[in-house]
Design a protein around this ligand. Structure first.
Ligand code: SAM
Length: 259
């Protein structure tokens, strides 16, 4: 487990603070209160991470060791950049020898050792640009992409699931054998076809809810470990690890370890 969140006053700020009623809408006030009282936000400040999201990745890694041995990493939906900060550190990436490529349509402040693309990942040219930027075959593809909220929950959910799906297909196109794929998804939201595709291409597929992911949020992470590699340059679409055609309906729940 990642270290538990700090008590509150090491950043000079106490937990349990209230924001004065004023011109702010009640929902905005509640958001600010939750943010300033969030121990992970305070710990991120203290440890120099750009976002509390850092602890989700660190926590997942502590249990599943996906960062160990990572040589090149692609970070999808990277802004403000806490996952890229971790990625640059574990790969010893430098501006002279870049090993991390990050993409976001939002502007992201520069980070040493990280090639940042300000671009929509759904742009048809994004995959090529990412591969050029990372300078070799990646063995870890991370995606924390979440679609901008529209206020319509179902639409937001479907859009984020679509991003997860496109990211998964990208991962099987680019990963080195033995590599891993980690992506944000939603509780109950992973499509059966996507899970089947991942199970065909990776040795293990898991759903994870890290403690640092807010309990009230439906956010989950999908981790696919141990990429089996491409045969003749093509990822597995419908064959098992022995190369036999496999009916997707044959997959049983035992294939999928849920956490
Ligand atoms: C939760 S934030 C990522 C936080 C990041 N992992 C960190 O540690 O700082 C999700 C990001 O996904 C980005 N995003 C959503 N859809 C995208 C797309 N189609 N292309 C690129 N970035 C996208 C958003 O702009 C947002 O910055």
């Amino acid at each position: 487990m990642a270290k538990p969140p700090i008590g509150g006053n090491r950043t000079g700020r106490k937990l349990g603070q209230k924001v004065k009623k004023g011109k702010l809408k009640a929902s905005s006030r509640r958001w600010i209160e939750r943010h300033i009282n969030d121990p992970y936000v305070q710990r991120a400040k203290l440890e120099g991470y750009r976002a509390r999201a850092a602890f989700k990745l660190l926590e997942i890694d502590e249990k599943h060791q996906i960062l160990k041995g990572a040589k090149r990493i692609i970070d999808l939906g990277a802004a403000p950049g806490s996952w890229s900060q971790i990625a640059a550190k574990v790969t010893d990436s430098t501006d002279e020898d870049v090993r991390v490529a990050a993409i976001d349509f939002l502007e992201m402040a520069p980070l040493p050792g990280v090639k940042i693309l300000q671009l929509d990942f759904l742009d048809p040219d994004a995959p090529r640009q990412l591969i050029d930027a990372v300078g070799g075959t990646p063995n870890l593809v991370l995606s924390d992409m979440a679609a901008p909220t529209t206020g319509h929950q179902k639409t937001d959910h479907l859009r984020t699931m679509h991003l997860c799906e496109v990211a998964a297909h990208f991962a099987v196109e680019v990963l080195a054998e033995g590599g891993h794929f980690l992506a944000k998804t939603f509780q109950g939201g992973t499509e059966k076809d996507l899970l089947n595709m991942l199970k065909q291409n990776f040795r293990q597929v898991l759903h994870i809810k890290p403690a640092s992911s807010r309990q009230e949020s439906v956010e989950m992470f999908l981790l696919a470990k141990g990429f089996k590699g491409r045969r003749d340059g093509v990822a597995n679409a419908s064959v098992d690890e022995d190369g036999f055609a496999r009916d997707p309906r044959e997959f049983d729940e035992a294939d999928e370890a849920e956490e």
